[in-house]
Design a protein around this ligand. Structure first.
Ligand code: IPE
Ligand code: IPE
Ligand code: MG
Length: 258
């Protein structure tokens, strides 16, 4: 009896989701979605669990979000996983987070390969533990011929450092004569950023109720649509992503024009 009810309820839920997806696909979806996945610690605290339990739960949401983004035809999904400021956290938490790429990719890499997802990473690789970098580089290598969704992890990423480094490279190229002052424009400057091969995000999502950018893609988000929710990242569901995209589809982007 209960099982029957449960089955019926789930069938209904999945068909509602399917309908919603079809509805959303009738209108243009954002090309590039960037997400500040925040609130793992608070999610765990609410359940009297250690903060790392929240990070573990958040990993499952990364999978669901990736699969749905792929299904919707989004071209790039950038996920802020660790900032250059997050090293300030307790050592055990940082160590745990640095194990997550191995765990995530160890479990889901075959699924990503199968679904034509291409894994990429932006951020400072030098400070990452060898095991973390190794897991990511393996995933990048094994998915490099895929041409579906680009899943771009922002790991040890910081926007101000990225901009400063771009400026230093520009100075260097100017000094050695490979770049003339007249050649430097917004497009050219963008090519010095970690996002050189990406379009700017069309939509930025931040979970957990914080209304700030926390040093994320300051240059690239200049004209992105911003969508904030109080939902904590481990509670972020497919419905929430669809809601964000639906809101995006109903916004009018003017880029300063009329
Ligand atoms: C986001 O969740 C994940 C990372 C920054 C790595 P938090 O760990 O920041 O969770 P809160 O904000 O403390 O709840
Ligand atoms: C931003 O979240 C970084 C990531 C989600 C990876 P934080 O939790 O570090 O941001 P603040 O400290 O609240 O600004
Ligand atoms: Mg946080």
């Amino acid at each position: 009896m209960f099982k029957k009810f449960w089955l019926r309820k789930n069938q209904k839920d999945s068909s509602t989701l399917r309908d919603k997806i079809e509805e959303i696909k009738k209108m243009p979806v954002p090309n590039h979605v960037a997400i500040i996945m925040d609130g793992n610690g608070r999610w765990a605290k609410k359940r009297a669990l250690p903060r790392i339990a929240g990070h573990h739960e958040g990993m499952k949401v990364v999978r669901k979000t990736t699969m749905l983004a792929n299904r919707l035809g989004i071209k790039t999904l950038t996920l802020y996983a660790f900032s250059t400021e997050n090293w300030k956290r307790p050592k055990n938490e940082v160590e745990y987070i640095m194990r997550l790429p191995e765990e995530f990719l160890g479990t889901f890499l075959p699924e990503l390969v199968e679904n034509n997802v291409q894994v990429k990473m932006m951020g400072y690789k030098n400070q990452l533990p060898v095991h973390t970098l190794h897991a990511i580089e393996k995933a990048i290598e094994e998915t490099k011929h895929n041409n579906g969704l680009v899943l771009n992890f922002a790991l040890n990423y910081g926007s101000r450092s990225e901009i400063l480094d771009a400026v230093k490279q520009v100075l260097n190229d100017y000094n050695n004569g490979t770049l003339k002052e007249t050649e430097l424009d917004e497009k050219n400057f963008s090519s010095y950023m970690m996002t050189a091969n990406f379009a700017d995000p069309d939509l930025l999502i931040r979970t957990s109720g914080e209304i700030r950018l926390s040093n994320f893609m300051l240059w690239q988000l200049a004209y992105s649509e911003l969508w904030f929710t109080d939902v904590l990242w481990p509670d972020f569901s497919e419905e929430h992503l669809l809601e964000a995209i639906e809101t995006f589809q109903n916004r009018q982007r003017r880029f300063g024009g009329l």
